[in-house]
Design a protein around this ligand. Structure first.
Ligand code: F6R
Length: 590
């Protein structure tokens, strides 16, 4: 969602603020702003609508003076995309400025009260109440710690914010949103993402929920809880290679990350023996398992649930994280929740696991970001180790999650899947080698198409859903994943000569039923693209997938052509595949 950064240094901070915001821009990006403190203790704010590069060219953000500063990229939740609503938000007398990620649920009553007390608001955002609350309480005793305590005790919702005071102090607090302090020789950072400072230091303190930190030149970093009691948090060395966060020779992060799947499916399966054993033991001893996630991670949950039930003869129930709160009745003492999330920060997933824990369940998680809130709060967490996924659409994290899940289920079932990471990587490479023919297929098939349907049965149905999601979010084309058996119950009415239909049709036990579904749509004039290893005249075009010994592994390869197709469709539609409109990488609001 939004990204926040604060820096206190012996060097001028504006260039580093801009650099950090660029690296975090994937989280949200409709407007940008920076506030710095000049040497005569005046807070200056520059902000505008657009991407970091655009706003910087226009307003010369990187040229601002000062050794302390805060910055923000916004993804609008409260209030339109305007310069006024962009952060940082100053208080009335301009002695405090604030950047914030999250939602202040009770901002309206707080705002009314503050207005009655004479505060003047300049934006429609929920964030601005934080600046005015801090001002209100700071004016009483000139004590930043107490102003922070009073402020957070009035706020309801989820938030991470950084405030800059005109005396040169940075203060920050978190509740259900990530906030990390970076420390180098002469500089301190407070950021919503390690990518905000990883280019400068790998030494980090991950603040816990209800932690506040006060950072100043005299005392360095001091951390207290919301009641003001000192707490000790250890310094962690953050392991990720920054080089991974560059595009390399690729035009976009998305295509780079699609190609990285050759190796990321393997990386996901190298796990610490002690941890993976604990993970598997928890699944084996559970009486029922709820598998949850959002978006693409929910599609992984569907596959995991189908496979888990089939292989382990145990109840695996997929539940969308956003629906979890309404579907908790089956949770009992011996229930395990398997939460799947790339970022480990998705609010719906965190809320689901919180509710489940309160109901007595054990939490297992599969994440990419091993320092994330989900990883840190789960009983056992495994990382897929895909490296930073910058493209907003999930690609390598999706196959990384599946790969790890396959490895886990294979292990528990005594090798029933026959999962071999080298073989899978090789099959994925073969799919990627079809890049050019898939690009040509997009150019031939798609110019006039408005509706795409993807048909799958059994474990191919979640891939149909995932393929449709990629086409919607990357290329802005209406696309629907359909369980092919459901065609006759409604969707068949939509099929005509304008529809393009993908059929996921490897030669497994779904093959002949899928072929008859293909005939049903062909008879209505739709154009059919087969994804199969068996040629058939019914296909107007075919994307050939390699034969795989165990049918259960097909999802890992059949998603690759759909990712490539969506990417090239995005280019054809002049959409930026890395940063789809209206979407953000980490959805940290509910
Ligand atoms: C789709 C996509 C989103 C995410 C969803 C969950 O391409 O990226 O649907 O899958 O927002 O995010 P994580 O996995 O970080 O919990």
């Amino acid at each position: 969602m939004c990204s926040i950064i604060g820096i206190l240094s012996k060097d001028i901070v504006a260039p580093a603020l801009v650099d950090s915001l660029k690296r975090m821009e994937y989280r949200g990006y409709d407007s940008v702003g920076i506030a710095t403190l000049s040497t005569d203790n005046r807070i200056s704010v520059r902000k505008g609508v657009g991407k970091v590069g655009q706003v910087n060219s226009l307003l010369n953000l990187a040229g601002m003076e000062g050794f302390v500063g805060i910055g923000h990229t916004r993804w609008a939740t409260h209030g339109g995309v305007t310069e006024y609503n962009a952060h940082p938000h100053p208080c009335c007398n301009n002695n405090i400025a604030v950047v914030h990620n999250g939602i202040i649920e009770n901002y309206l009553p707080l705002k009314e009260e503050l207005v009655k007390k004479g505060h003047i608001f300049r934006s429609e955002t929920d964030t601005e109440v934080i600046a005015h609350l801090l001002e209100e309480y700071y004016n009483i005793g000139r004590d930043i710690k107490h102003a922070m305590m009073e402020t957070v005790n009035h706020l309801e919702g989820s938030y991470a914010f950084v405030a800059m005071f005109a005396n040169g102090t940075l203060s920050c607090a978190r509740l259900d949103e990530p906030l990390i302090i970076g420390i180098s020789d002469n500089t301190y950072y407070a950021s919503s993402d390690v990518l905000g400072f990883l280019q400068y230091t790998d030494q980090a303190i991950f603040l816990d929920n209800r932690d506040m930190a006060i950072i100043d030149r005299a005392g360095g970093v001091s951390i207290v809880n919301f009641s003001g009691e000192p707490v000790t948090r250890s310094i962690t060395k953050v392991a990720w290679e920054l080089a991974d966060a560059n595009k390399g020779e690729f035009a976009h992060y998305t295509i780079k990350e699609i190609f990285e799947q050759r190796t990321s499916v393997k990386a996901a399966t190298y796990q610490d023996e002690h941890k993976i054993r604990a993970f598997c033991d928890s699944i084996v001893s559970a009486s029922n398992i709820l598998v949850t996630g959002s978006g693409s991670s929910y599609h992984t949950s569907l596959i995991v649930s189908m496979m888990g039930s089939r292989l382990l003869k145990k109840r695996f129930e997929p539940v969308m994280a956003s629906e979890f709160q309404y579907n908790m009745d089956s949770i009992e003492k011996n229930t395990v929740i398997l939460a799947i999330s790339q970022s480990g920060e998705t609010a719906d997933v965190l809320s689901a696991t919180k509710l489940a824990r309160e109901a007595g369940a054990k939490i297992l998680s599969i994440v990419n970001v091993q320092t994330s809130s989900l990883a840190r709060t789960a009983d056992v967490s495994l990382s897929i180790k895909s490296g930073p996924e910058i493209g907003v659409a999930a690609t390598k994290s999706f196959t990384g999650q599946m790969s790890l899940a396959y490895a886990i289920l294979d292990r528990i079932s005594g090798g029933k899947i026959g999962f071999d990471r080298e073989v899978i990587s090789d099959k994925i490479s073969k799919m990627l080698a079809q890049q050019e023919s898939i690009e040509r297929l997009v150019n031939i098939t798609m110019p006039k198409v408005n509706d795409i349907y993807l048909l799958g049965r059994s474990i191919h149905f979640p891939i149909a859903l995932e393929g449709a999601l990629k086409m919607k979010e990357l290329a802005y084309v209406h696309a629907e994943g359909i369980a092919a058996g459901e065609l006759k119950h409604g969707p068949l009415a939509l099929m005509d000569k304008n529809a393009v239909v993908f059929v996921l049709n490897p030669d497994d036990r779904t093959y002949s039923d899928m072929l008859s579904s293909a005939h049903q749509v062909k008879a209505r004039g739709a154009k059919i693209i087969g994804i199969s290893n068996v040629p058939n005249d019914i296909y107007d075009a075919m994307i050939e997938i390699p034969k795989i010994d165990n049918d259960l592994l097909y999802p890992l390869v059949e998603i690759i052509p759909l990712q490539l197709f969506s990417y090239y469709l995005a280019l054809q539609n002049n959409a930026n595949p890395d940063f789809p409109r209206n979407l953000a990488k980490s959805v940290t609001v509910r």
